[in-house]
Each structure stands twice: as C-alpha cells, then as structure tokens.
Design a protein around this ligand. Structure first.
Ligand code: ADP
Ligand code: MG
Length: 267
C-alpha cells in the first residue's frame, strides 16, 4: 500500500535526523548579496570522523558557524542529537580556525583548558583540585602537560592548536567540530591531534573537521561532506570520495595529476 509505505519511509527519515549528532536542513547563509552557503542539508554519522571538504571560500567555516548559531542563517536549521541547539550546547565542543583567535591577552595555558570546564565550575567559578587535575589530564592527552604554566601567546601555532583541543576535551562533549585543525601545524602535532581524535571515536564520540589536505582524507576519515556553496556529496569515504565529486566541488582548481595521486573511491 502506497500510503503505508510512504508513512514508513517518512518515519525512517525522521529517525535518521533524530539520531544524528548534527543534522542541518535547508541552511542558507549570506554575508552580502551572494549566499556563502546555499540550501545545504547535512546528516552527520554518529561515532564517525567526517571531513568537510571544498575549495577556499566554499562556505565550510560558514556552515559550521551557522550550525552552531554563531552566525544567523537566512534560512534553515540545525538539530543536535535530535533536539534544539540550545538544549544540547554542553554536548558540543568547537575548535575554531586558529587564525580567528587573538591571544595577545596574557593567558596561561592551563587557564585556557579550564575554560572548557566552565559548566562544571558553576556560577561561583570556584576552582578545586580535581578541576586542575582534569585540565592537566587533558593537556597530557595532547602532549602539552609540560606547558601548563606558559602563556598561550608564546606557543607555536601547532602547540596552540593542541591546547585548544585540550580545552575541547575538558568539556567532555559528545560532538567535536574542528575547523582546519591541521592548518599550519607541524607533522608531530598533526600526528598527536589525529591520534586524540581517533581515541574520541573509540569512545563513541563524533568528530567533524574541516580538512583541506585531500591526500590524507582516506587515512584519517570515515565520511566526507563535499561542498562548494551547495552540497556536492556526502557519505562514507569509500562511496563519496570520488574523482567525479572532487571535480564537481573544486572545478578547475584541481589538476588531473593531483587527482590521479589520491586514494579515491571508485565511481
Ligand atoms: P571556507 O571556510 O570554505 O574557506 P568561508 O565559510 O570562510 O569559506 O567563506 C565563504 C564565503 O563567505 C567566502 O566568499 C568568504 O569570502 C565569505 N565570507 C566569510 N566570512 C565573511 C564575513 N565575515 N563577511 C563577509 N564575507 C565573508
Ligand atoms: Mg574556513
């Protein structure tokens, strides 16, 4: 019966959105006349590492910011674990693109990580020994425990990035959104970050990262989301990371020789 079938499919579609750590529907964002993100749907797979991929200016950062309510979309909405963003904020950790944070203001590394504990600290902001222990543990996970007393502004870009990841870990979130976590970091930091992200996946958490190095997509990620203002494709790397989708997203900005060197899915 057509009616019953249609209803069942309708319910199945709703369930998928309800279970997703992040479901974006009809998201359109504009800074001026031309939209930066146009009518984008995204359904993030739980317990997976998803790469958001697309050329410079494709709207990757904008999509994340709109999903988080940092900027107001023209249209569309996002749900987090099937509920409104407002009620789920504590479950999301966001590491913005590094260049967007100005750390001239003197702040100790440990205090940056403590910011991730602000919900636990409560209104009085009373710091207890176990809070410091927890923040120190998080620094240890990213290999930065020895830097706890340093000023954040005195660290290298890669070291700063690890500290921001430690702050996200301190939050104990279920969904981690990172905007180009590997941009401008040294190889050792990239290794340290990817191993922490993989350990989050082992704990059942969900990770979404804007990623620009196509050569490491297959090694690092389970899922991809390709965007160029509009969504180009999304799905498991083995299905969606194809030369056709890359050409659709990047156009002439990717040379055939570059594509030939990638570990791509068939199709
Ligand atoms: P990506 O992260 O994929 O490189 P962005 O989301 O940063 O892309 O930017 C998408 C488009 O929106 C680009 O054309 C960019 O120039 C523009 N844009 C981004 N942020 C702003 C802003 N604050 N004001 C005006 N235009 C912006
Ligand atoms: Mg960006």
């Amino acid at each position: 019966m057509t009616v019953a079938l249609a209803t069942e499919q309708g319910i199945a579609a709703v369930d998928l959105i309800a279970e997703s750590p992040l479901a974006i529907r009809g998201m359109t964002v504009s800074y001026g006349e031309k939209p930066a993100v146009f009518s984008v749907d995204m359904t993030v797979a739980e317990g997976a590492m998803t790469a958001i991929i697309g050329p410079n200016g494709a709207g990757k950062s904008t999509l994340l910011k709109a999903a988080l309510g940092v900027i107001k979309p023209l249209a569309g909405q996002a749900t987090v674990f099937g509920a409104s963003l407002k009620t789920q904020r504590a479950r999301i950790a966001y590491v913005p693109q590094r260049a967007s944070v100005d750390w001239d203001f003197p702040t100790r590394v440990l205090d940056v990580v403590m910011m991730g504990l602000y919900r636990e600290l409560g209104l009085l902001r009373r710091v207890r020994a176990h809070h410091i222990d927890k923040a120190t543990d998080c620094l240890d996970r990213v290999g930065m425990a020895d830097f706890a007393d340093r000023q954040i502004g005195q660290l290298s870009g890669g070291q700063q990035q690890r500290v921001f990841l430690a702050r996200a870990l301190a939050q104990g979130a279920d969904l981690y959104l990172l905007d180009e976590p590997f941009a401008g970091v040294d190889a050792a930091t990239e290794k340290a970050i990817i191993s922490v992200l993989k350990s989050l996946i082992d704990e059942g958490k969900t990770v979404v990262a804007v990623h620009h190095d196509l050569a490491t997509v297959t090694e690092y990620f389970d899922h991809v989301f390709l965007i160029n203002t509009r969504k180009v494709a999304e799905g498991p790397v083995s299905e969606a990371f194809t030369s056709g989708n890359l050409i659709a997203a990047y156009g002439g900005r990717l040379a055939t020789a570059q594509i030939d060197q990638l570990d791509l899915a068939a199709g």
